[in-house]
Design a protein around this ligand. Structure first.
Ligand code: NAD
Ligand code: UFG
Length: 343
């Protein structure tokens, strides 16, 4: 198949590109490189043995995405392009609605115009209302929705747009994948997560401490109602996540019409202290810790009920936390400057 991957140069998109190429698909990356490096395309080629095509464009410009779809005639679109920093979304909400929501509308109009029906969309566990009691967990696809940031609300808004679009278009075939906490890197050490500036998320932060770029990790809250007092999350290996996308694409192209939401997680939670310990074992480095206070909106525990993905797609995450840390460390230690420096 010809697959257009918006945001294909980013963290998740690049790993999915590798899987798509390795399974024999033709891949076109659509990206404006606002949060990624052009070097990733060469790395994808090195890993997959085949180079994706590139359409450099901006989703906010309807003509760009329209031309990309007209030129490359995809059978399916995988849609990763978007803004994803929770804190930034509070300061610049319109940027988030413009890129995430209006950008998706631009893309859907182009897909409709050129009869492209299959779409896999990167949604997020952040669309759920924060779990407040143990009864709220694990989060199933029918758990209460209620994002608490403009970022989360923009992702939920996109879900509504897609559901309404599918209801009006009998051939639309759409999977909305709600990721929990993707971490890790391709086992080759050639592609991985390369955040700009100081990382917002736990794993890339720990990895940069381990490699000596940052002095210590700040433990954001140690008084949660969890066994060790630190936050618990459902970390899922990026390669498991990538395989979940391929399984979703297979499901759509096997004849599914409509739109569904689906969790992609392991169903298991790990605390911050457990992640630190696993990373220390994987890297042989000690991670110095400084106690801090929780970020606004930080929750104690969040993990998925991942059974729907297994039932519908036959997909189940298989990698352990140790695998995730080992692969993240291989990537970080071999590429201390991310894609900025060649190996
Ligand atoms: P990323 O920032 O690494 O990748 C996003 C890519 O989209 C980047 O290459 C960026 O340059 C590109 N992009 C941004 N705005 C664009 C625009 N206007 N036009 C064209 N390209 C544009 O992010 P990621 O971690 O790979 O996340 C991918 C998707 O998954 C996002 O939609 C995000 O909301 C969602 N998601 C991510 C996580 C996570 O923890 N990483 C969790 C849940 C959901
Ligand atoms: N944490 C620290 N120190 C840090 C960073 C994080 O102690 O420097 C802790 C957090 O308090 C939390 C855990 O590590 O307990 C995980 O934090 P992340 O930022 O890695 O992940 P979150 O679950 O908080 O956020 C992620 C995505 C958001 C998304 C959210 C819900 O980054 O975009 O999941 O799906 F909204």
């Amino acid at each position: 198949m010809n697959v257009l991957v918006t945001g294909g140069a980013g963290y998740i998109g690049s790993h999915v590109c590798v899987e798509l190429l390795e399974q024999g698909h033709n891949v076109t990356v659509f990206d404006n490189f606002s949060n990624s490096s052009r070097n990733v395309l060469e790395r994808i080629s090195q890993v997959a043995g085949k180079r994706p095509s590139l359409y450099e464009g901006d989703l906010r410009k309807a003509q760009n995405i329209g031309c990309a779809i007209l030129t490359h005639k995809p059978d399916a679109v995988m849609h990763f392009a978007g803004l994803k920093a929770v804190g930034e979304s509070v300061i610049k909400p319109l940027d988030y609605y413009e890129t995430n929501v209006s950008g998706t509308v631009n893309m859907l109009k182009a897909m409709q115009a050129f009869n492209v029906n299959h779409l896999v969309f990167s949604s997020s566990a952040t669309v759920y209302a924060p779990p407040t009691t143990p009864d709220d967990l694990p989060l199933t696809e029918s758990s209460a929705l209620g994002p608490v940031s403009p970022y989360g609300r923009s992702k939920l808004a996109v879900e509504h747009v897609l559901a309404d679009y599918a209801a009006a278009n009998p051939y639309a075939s759409i999977a909305m994948l709600r990721y929990f906490n993707p971490i890790g890197a391709h086992p080759s050490g050639l592609i991985g997560e390369d955040p700009k500036g100081i990382p917002n998320n736990l794993l890339p932060y720990i990895a940069q401490v381990a490699v000596g770029k940052l002095p210590h990790l700040t433990l954001l809250g140690h008084g949660f109602d969890t066994p060790d007092g630190t936050g618990i999350r459902d970390y899922v290996h990026i390669m498991d996540l990538a395989e979940g996308h391929l399984a979703a694409l297979d499901y759509l192209t096997a004849g599914f019409e409509g739109c569904f939401a689906m969790n992609l997680g392991t169903g298991q939670g790990h605390s911050v202290l457990e992640v630190i310990a696993a990373f220390e074992r994987a890297s042989g480095k000690t991670i110095p810790i400084v106690e801090g206070t929780p970020r606004p909106g930080d929750i104690a525990v969040c993990y998925a009920d991942a059974s729907k993905a297994q039932e519908l797609l036959g997909w189940k995450a298989t990698c352990t936390l140790a695998d995730m840390c080992a692969d993240a460390w291989r990537w970080q230690s071999r590429n201390p400057e991310g894609y900025g420096r060649r190996q």
